[in-house]
Design a protein around this ligand. Structure first.
Ligand SMILES: [Zn+2]
Length: 379
């Protein structure tokens, strides 16, 4: 039994700008399974901080009772650099202020850690192959650059996540229902997570084109398995981005229940013993992310929605009107924004003033959309 709070200083790029990164390691040090959870990678998405606050207490209690079969690593607020991104009284936190990089994009491809020499060492034992590759990942992570605060931060996070059996990245999305992004190979397990979290949709893509945090962990295993078909290389990591409703859904009772439900999922996975917790439902089956329309605004305007979250729309239905804000038709014309597919509305914009190409809704359909290729994410 152990519960350690780990605190690291990210040395600032400029005088007086060092930052504290805190996280927790809970559970038996000799556990054979490791679960990694983080929240607020997009620092402006905070329901996950409260969810992991509650989960932390549940895990500490379980650890004290000797009920943990896995080691849990929790970063309740994984991006303190982004938490400091306040400008003119408004918190930002989605992009790195220096580089402009979206905090959930361009995570490094772990395949760089795999050398030809390592591939030659792979044998006929799947468990030993996993150990060999994880050793290489840890060594590669330890040698990542650490000059800037951004590099120190990513190196710390990668080092903790690279050898985990579960990597869950908790976000939220504008005004939305719970939904999950994951890869098709994990559809079965993610159906269970969806049942526990009450997800309205589980969206599958092997490569969104964005290099998002959850995608890089399975990629190395899938690529290796493709290149070494004669070696046993099972996928040893379960990963997802969990969009836990909308940006304003940070409420104590709601997020306590969310934590209980996550706890119930981990109990079902055999990672926690003891009295069952949480409430399991029946979520819809996973669908291809390319069948989800990201409806966009053709120009600037003020949104007047016709739909509520969870509504079913048919192709051609009016999702919203855009009130025109300039030109001869300003404040008179309404531009209808029509659903490009039939499906369920799972997200809307919080801010109703939008500009050209802003995403105004996700509609989860079942037919693959021709428009959905290249980068499948919203930005
Ligand atoms: Zn996010």
């Amino acid at each position: 039994m152990s519960c350690d709070r780990i605190s690291k200083v990210l040395v600032g790029d400029t005088p007086g700008r060092s930052t504290e990164l805190n996280y927790f390691r809970i559970g038996p040090a000799d556990a054979t399974q490791k679960v990694y959870l983080q929240a607020a990678l997009h620092a402006d998405e905070q329901p996950g901080i409260l969810i992991l606050h509650h989960l932390l207490q549940l895990l500490r209690d379980a650890d004290a009772a000797g009920e943990l079969n896995a080691q849990f690593v929790l970063f309740p607020m994984v991006n303190p650099l982004g938490m400091g991104d306040i400008e003119f009284g408004q918190h930002q936190g989605r992009y790195n202020r220096s580089s402009g990089v979206n905090h959930n994009r361009d995570w490094p491809v772990l395949y760089d850690a795999v050398s030809p020499g390592l591939v030659a060492k792979l044998g006929a034992d799947a468990a030993e192959n996993i150990l060999l590759i994880r050793d290489a990942l840890r060594e590669w992570a330890a040698n990542l650059p650490r000059v800037t605060a951004f590099e120190q931060w990513r190196r710390c996070v990668i080092s903790e996540a690279c050898d985990a059996d579960y990597v869950f990245d908790v976000h939220c999305a504008d005004d939305s229902l719970v939904h999950i992004f994951t890869i098709p190979q994990q559809a079965e397990n993610m159906q269970q997570l969806a049942n526990w979290t009450g997800a309205a949709a589980t969206l599958l893509a092997e490569d969104t084109g964005g290099g998002s945090f959850d995608e890089v962990w399975p990629t190395v295993w899938l690529r290796l398995a493709g290149e070494c078909p004669d070696k046993p290389l099972p996928l040893p990591v379960v990963t997802c981005t969990l969009e836990y409703r909308g940006n304003f859904d940070t409420f104590d009772n709601l997020n306590r229940q969310d934590a209980q439900n996550l706890y119930g999922y981990f109990q079902e996975q055999g990672l926690i013993e003891g009295e069952p917790r949480g409430q399991k439902g029946a979520a819809p089956a996973p669908t291809d992310l390319r069948a989800t329309e990201y409806l966009r605004a053709p120009q600037a305007g003020l949104l007047a929605y016709y739909v509520e979250l969870g509504d079913r729309v048919e192709k051609g239905d009016r999702v919203a009107d855009l009130i025109q804000l300039d030109g001869e038709e300003a404040f008179v014309a309404r531009i209808p924004l029509l659903a490009g597919t039939s499906g369920q509305v799972i997200s809307r914009q919080i801010n109703k003033y939008v500009w050209a190409n802003a995403n105004i809704s996700k509609i989860v359909g079942t037919e693959i959309l021709e428009s959905r290729d290249g980068n499948l994410l919203s930005d």
